[in-house]
Design a protein around this ligand. Structure first.
Ligand code: PEP
Ligand code: MG
Length: 561
């Protein structure tokens, strides 16, 4: 009897095939002492191995091209990091073998990364992969890597390193299932870039039997072990239907009876513009400007904001790409998982509950002023509908402070507030007295509603955006916007789930913003249902007690026509 299990679907589509596990040799070299007189020879061995692995990663990058190349080049640079190499050599001087020194030096660097916030923690898998490659070379064992197979297969792994995924042949690899990783891990990003279905954070993935047939639904996160022939045929039919629906839906987002729901893109900077345009985004619903600040390359620059002129260039590149369209720019959202040296207090016991987002900006009005001035200059003379919003608005006082700052900077734009804190959803009417629109950041709204850290896999159940309590807060905020004649978008991950997008529409949300890759799926799904059906699905979901029930209840309504 087939068994259905669930992880997190991160790349759409259905893959059916035999399981092949990733080669995962655990390469912990013995901690024996080496005679110190041999240190120079060991140091030379370590250097040679590091250089060979860096060159190999560089070569793989050249072969792969595109997004994968950038990732592999970054890994190659990690291998050549002079501080890491100095640490390896120091450990060898005090008696480590080359392989053990590499292993230990990487372990201490790993701990630093893992504690340095979500973005750097996401690079830990890349670092582990570099270490494994160097250690394997030093020990003379095969490199960890993708299985050898001439037949197409579903690849199962603890996590996937970019060096492996970059060279995967989409004709052979039907899909991925990984034990670790989340929607922002490299497994997910590269699976989407390759266009293969993927499910991550799947507990027990590494225990799945080699060679067994599995069906992976990258849209729902379902993994079906040993599906019957009929079930396989059914899944293929659903996948073909989804593809056909995708191909047939184009143009602006709307329900089948013509209710418009603009589909906007979430971007981190000018580099994301092309994908957004290709997906037919009707504008930008969330420009996360903090990436411009976080990616500041030199150590001196990490101590200050990018100059006003540098900001103008980046903002203008985005604004120019969307003539006659809405572009919603979020001012700097630093702190918690995105700390910035010059803004974020170092000593807070709970940074997610501390001075972050708008709170940081109000404490550093010069940084906010510069950003708003840069936005005003960037928009000058462009036929764009600029909207500017603040992250982490808690109440009307916050909303007023932000609106005042926008006015003082002479910004000709709509001013808005993100609703990411339950207080702002509960009192959305009061917040809307000060601003012209609200946008729901459901990622943080879930985190704060359920007191569940969004970086922690162990509380992922509570981060599920189908949670009825979260839907209640969305409904409250949307109703406040409707009553005041203002708009209420969603720009958290919830908007990227096609069924949930219908529910959000039914709750009264007026636009949806998501990563570009999800736009065609949401557009196709919305086009299948009337507004009244979306409203019924929303009511059915809210009448339940759990995320699971809410999903099932909405799907029942949506599939019942
Ligand atoms: C959110 O919290 O939902 C959001 C869109 O902002 P971010 O994910 O950047 O915190
Ligand atoms: Mg947020």
């Amino acid at each position: 009897m087939a068994e259905t299990l669930r992880g997190v679907g991160v790349s759409h589509g259905v893959a059916i095939g035999q399981i092949r596990h990733m080669g995962t040799a655990v390469l912990e070299p013995p901690a024996q002492q080496a005679p110190t007189e041999g240190a120079p020879r060991e140091q030379a061995r370590a250097r040679q191995a590091v250089e060979a692995v860096a060159a190999d990663l560089q070569a793989r990058g050249n072969l792969a091209g595109g997004e994968a190349q950038a990732v592999l080049e970054a890994q190659s640079l990690m291998a050549l990091d002079p501080e890491l190499l100095a640490d390896v050599e120091r450990r060898i001087t005090v008696g480590s073998t080359a392989e053990r020194a590499v292993y230990d030096a990487f372990a201490s660097y790993r701990a630093l990364l893992a504690n340095a916030g979500e973005y750097l923690a996401g690079r830990v898998a890349d670092l582990d992969d570099v270490r494994n490659r160097i250690v394997a070379r030093l020990m003379g064992v095969p490199m960890p890597g993708v299985p050898d197979s001439d037949e197409p297969y579903v690849l199962v792994a603890r996590d996937l390193a970019p060096a492996d995924t970059a060279l995967l042949d989409p004709a052979l690899v039907l899909g991925f299932v990984t034990e670790e990783g989340g929607p922002t891990s490299h497994s997910a990003i590269l699976a989407r870039a390759l266009g293969v279905p993927a499910v991550v954070a799947f507990t027990g993935a590494t225990g799945l039997p080699e060679g067994a047939v599995v069906a992976v639904d990258g849209s729902t996160g379902e993994v079906l072990l040993d599906p019957s022939e009929e079930r396989q045929a059914e899944l293929r039919r659903v996948a073909a239907e989804r593809r056909a629906a995708l191909a047939s839906a184009s143009g602006p987002g709307r329900t089948s009876d013509g209710h418009p729901v603009p589909l906007l893109a979430n971007i981190g900077g000018p580099a994301d513009v092309t994908a957004a345009l290709e997906a037919g985004a009707e504008g930008v619903g969330l420009f996360r400007t903090e990436f411009l600040f976080l990616d500041n390359p030199s150590p001196e620059d990490s101590q200050r904001a990018p100059s006003e002129d540098a900001q103008v260039v980046a903002y203008r590149a985005v604004l120019e790409a969307f003539p006659e369209s809405r572009v919603v720019v979020r001012v700097l959202d630093a702190g918690a998982d995105k700390p910035l040296d010059f803004l974020t207090p170092g000593e807070e016991p709970n940074p997610a509950l501390g001075v972050r987002g708008l709170r940081s900006l109000l404490e550093h009005p010069d940084v906010l002023r510069t950003q708003l001035r840069a936005l005003a200059r960037a928009a000058e003379g462009l036929p764009v509908y600029l909207e500017v919003m603040a992250p982490m608005v808690a109440d009307r006082i916050d909303a007023k402070a932000f609106a005042d700052a926008c006015r003082e900077a002479g910004l000709r734009a709509k001013y808005g507030a993100m609703v990411e804190i339950p207080s702002a959803a509960l009192r959305a009417r009061s917040v809307l007295q000060e601003v012209e629109f609200i946008s729901l950041g459901t990622n943080d709204l879930a985190q704060y509603t359920f007191a569940a850290d969004r970086q922690l896999g162990s509380v992922a159940r509570l981060q599920d955006p189908w949670q009825p309590a979260l839907l209640d807060l969305v409904a409250l905020a949307a109703e406040a916007a409707r009553a005041t004649g203002k708009s209420c978008g969603v720009c958290g991950e919830a908007a990227a789930d096609p069924e949930l997008a219908c529910v959000l529409t039914g709750l009264g949300v007026t636009s949806l913003s998501m990563g570009a890759a999800s736009i065609p799926y949401v557009r196709a799904r919305l086009a299948k249902h009337t507004l009244a059906q979306c409203e019924r699905a929303a009511a059915a979901a809210r009448a339940t007690d759990t995320a699971e029930q809410a999903r099932a209840a909405a799907n029942q309504v949506l599939s019942g026509e």
